[in-house]
Design a binder for this molecule. Structure first.
Ligand code: NAG
Ligand code: NAG
Ligand code: NAG
Ligand code: NAG
Ligand code: NAG
Ligand code: NAG
Ligand code: NAG
Length: 407
């Protein structure tokens, strides 16, 4: 069965989504939203001639302003402190000290022992209209921070997501210096555990605060995100019967059963959407058997589906596909559906993402924006990097987003 935005099935799925109070906007195709276009954000000026830092800023170039230097310094400090989850304590402490030195009120919210979210705002007003947020944990392994003369910065977290953290802070500082924001306008929240189980953002719900708009920072290559896929996971097991491999007729091969089921699952046509494309299924881990001369008595695998459609619908289709096969599925309790985000801001290119974020972990009816420097394609790899140009542009992008959210 093929599903599309126009089909009755999609209509039904929209109702399910609507019942969960998630808006399904009328979606444009990927591309540029109308407006000023590239480099057209209004709140620049600090970062060099064109307001975005020039093509190849380097310390000896004209475009290397003091603001750029301060941005790079903040980013470097954050990246040089390893913070592979669950060891985010040191970077959080450093960040809290930094933000206090810039006159923000800073609170540490304990998520678990030695794991703190950092929450900052101006003065005494912890209730603000807008929240900017990203995460301070990174994936393993630690990779040294290195600034290359061509304006590329490599190392763990340079892109995902300490580039966002540094740029968001500099955007808020910049708007404050210009008197464009004040107490009660913007708060900042930097969470732990985004790369693992989302415990940091889930804990943030206990702050007891709500916002009109939340600006999330993840690498989007400076595009404002239209939405991103959801995630659904299950493990699959096959139970066989051990026997001497010379006499396979006396055993049942669990490996064979598992491989056949995975093959069928991977060929399944899963529903998708015009905005997010196809749902995709990956069996990332498999195991089975005891020895080459024994018919395998047991095999299992771990599967993740990147969802571009309703999770319950996809789960039912997968259930249906395996129901007559000699395998057992166990669905993970935690999952979330596709996320449709806000993008009603001029001057940004837009795009949908296939990766997951903390966005569904923060409850509330706030508008949700997703934006940041760097590319997800390098984010978890050995060659993770961000360019100075992107960092500088993203400060201007965050400023424009923040100002858009303030009446
Ligand atoms: C830029 O930094 C230099 C050296 O730190 C300082 O002397 C100068 O006053 C700064 N310029 C501005 C405009 O802040
Ligand atoms: C990373 O930096 C540390 C400290 O500066 C150094 O000891 C180590 O050799 C560096 N590792 C790599 C792979 O460059
Ligand atoms: C910048 O320099 C680094 C290190 O030499 C290199 O890996 C990278 O490809 C260069 N990037 C560009 C855009 O030239
Ligand atoms: C926010 O401020 C209110 C009033 O001062 C206070 O009761 C509350 O505990 C504060 N919450 C946080 C998370 O700072
Ligand atoms: C979705 O899957 C179909 C085949 O099932 C393929 O033709 C199409 O290119 C895929 N779309 C995307 C966006 O990957
Ligand atoms: C498979 O089963 C083994 C043994 O129970 C377990 O250690 C492993 O985590 C399971 N792997 C998957 C992918 O479910
Ligand atoms: C799929 O099957 C499991 C039991 O195997 C059940 O708990 C779940 O509700 C089913 N899901 C759907 C959507 O039918």
């Amino acid at each position: 069965m093929k599903f599309s935005i126009a089909s009755p099935a999609f209509f039904l799925f929209s109702l399910i989504i609507a019942a969960n109070a998630v808006s399904v906007p009328v979606l444009p195709r990927e591309g540029k939203s109308k407006g000023r276009g590239k480099g057209g954000h209004r709140y620049g000026g600090e970062y060099g001639s064109d307001g975005v830092g020039g093509a190849r800023p380097a310390p000896d170039s004209e475009d290397w302003t003091n603001a750029t230097a301060a941005l790079i310094e903040l980013h470097k400090n954050l990246c040089e402190i390893p913070s592979i989850a669950p060891n985010e304590l040191a970077v959080g402490d450093w960040l809290a000290t930094y933000l206090r030195s810039k006159s923000f009120t800073v609170e540490k919210q304990e998520v678990a022992r030695n794991r703190n979210n950092i929450f900052a705002y101006l003065g005494n007003k912890n209730r603000t209209k807008t929240l900017v947020t990203s995460h301070i944990d990174v994936v393993p392994p630690y990779i040294n921070y290195t600034y290359h003369p061509n304006g590329t910065i490599t190392g763990r977290g340079t892109n995902d997501a300490k580039g966002c953290v540094a740029a968001q802070i500099k955007a808020v500082e910049g708007l404050l210096t210009k008197g464009l924001i004040g107490e009660g306008d913007v708060a900042m929240l930097f969470v732990v555990a985004e790369e693992t189980d989302g415990a940091g953002m889930i804990k943030a719900n206990d702050l007891g605060l709500t916002w009109d708009s939340v600006i999330f920072g993840e690498p989007t290559e400076l595009r404002l995100s239209l939405g991103h896929k959801g995630v659904l996971r299950f493990s699959i097991e096959a139970f066989g019967k051990a026997a001497h491999s010379g006499y396979p007729q006396f055993g049942i091969n669990a490996n064979e059963d598992l491989v056949e089921a995975l093959h069928i699952l991977s060929k399944m046509k899963l529903p998708g959407s015009d905005l997010l494309g196809n749902s995709t299924l990956n069996y990332g881990i498999m195991g089975g058997g005891t020895a080459p001369n024994i018919i395998s008595p047991y095999a299992n695998a771990s599967v993740a589906i990147r969802l571009a459609a309703d999770p319950l619908l996809v789960r039912a289709l997968v259930n249906e596909t395996v129901k007559d096969l000699p395998v057992t599925l166990t669905w993970f309790e935690r999952f979330y559906g596709p996320q449709y985000l806000d993008y009603d801001v001029e001057g940004f290119e837009t795009r949908a993402q296939a990766y997951g974020t903390d966005i569904p972990n923060l409850k509330g009816s706030h508008k949700r924006y997703l934006y940041g420097p760097g590319s997800i394609l390098t984010a978890h790899g050995n060659a993770e990097f961000v360019t100075v140009t992107d960092l500088v542009k993203s400060v201007e992008g965050y400023k424009a987003l923040i100002m858009h959210t303030l009446p």
